[in-house]
Ligand binder design. Sequence first.
Ligand code: HEM
Ligand code: HEM
Length: 220
Amino acid sequence: MALRSTQTRWGGVTRTLHWIIAILIIGAGCVGLYMADLPNSPQKIKIYAIHKSVGLTILALVLLRVVWRLSERRPTDLPMPRWQQLAAHATHWLLYALMFAIPLSGWLYNSASGYPLQWWWTVQMPSLTGGADPDLKSFAHGAHFWLFMLLVAALLAHAGAALKHHFIDRDATLARMLPIVGDPTPAPVQPPAPVAVAEPEPEPTVAEVAAAPAPETKEN
Ligand code: HEM
Ligand code: HEM
């Protein structure tokens, strides 16, 4: 599997990161919505801790993804109307921004609530606010929720467009981002190599025929 992207295909690193991050974000969002209404219990504290650790892991993976993305080329867009191309790129920028803003707003909310933060019960993460701050807490809580709702809307457009390319336009936009499919874009057809053809003997001129010795005839 080629690790780097080419003109026709997303590389293995980008594809792997795209799908791992997508699964983790959707999972973190579902757990976030579920856990907020749970009654207080040791179980709830554990689920919160897992949600925060997964969220911080996503933040690290997104950082890695952006650094990698800046280090390589992007496959050329397949033919599509200009407005679709602009809409797709704008949505990609929005998704990148949200992939940072959502975990950061969660971290901000946790800090402004005055709670400590540990990554998978091992690494102690610093507070972003230096202590509890009720106003910031309420702002960050709202931001965390509404930014996630914006992600859901952007994701519906993004995934919907990918499926439209696949099933209606029948192009390789989705296939070239899928984790296991081989290169879906056929390599350009090479013109056949020229076959060496022997030059035909030039026709003899009238003078050459006349000058040639007469063919031997059998004497009786
Ligand atoms: C991409 C990663 C993340 C996603 C998609 C996500 C998503 C969500 C969602 C949808 C909620 C429910 C919000 C509500 O009902 O008000 C939530 C709650 C919460 N999230 Fe996240 N989150 C992420 C990362 C983080 C991180 C990194 C932290 C902290 C370091 C965090 C801390 C919290 C907390 C404390 C709550 C509970 C809010 C409450 O009790 O009402 N989240 N998250
Ligand atoms: C939370 C979930 C997701 C996020 C955050 C996300 C984010 C992104 C981003 C930022 C890009 C642009 C890559 C770049 O130009 O650097 C991208 C590309 C892509 N995504 Fe997603 N994505 C998600 C889920 C999905 C899903 C569910 C599908 C398919 C059903 C999908 C299909 C694609 C495809 C096909 C591309 C390549 C588009 C192209 O070649 O122009 N993504 N994604």
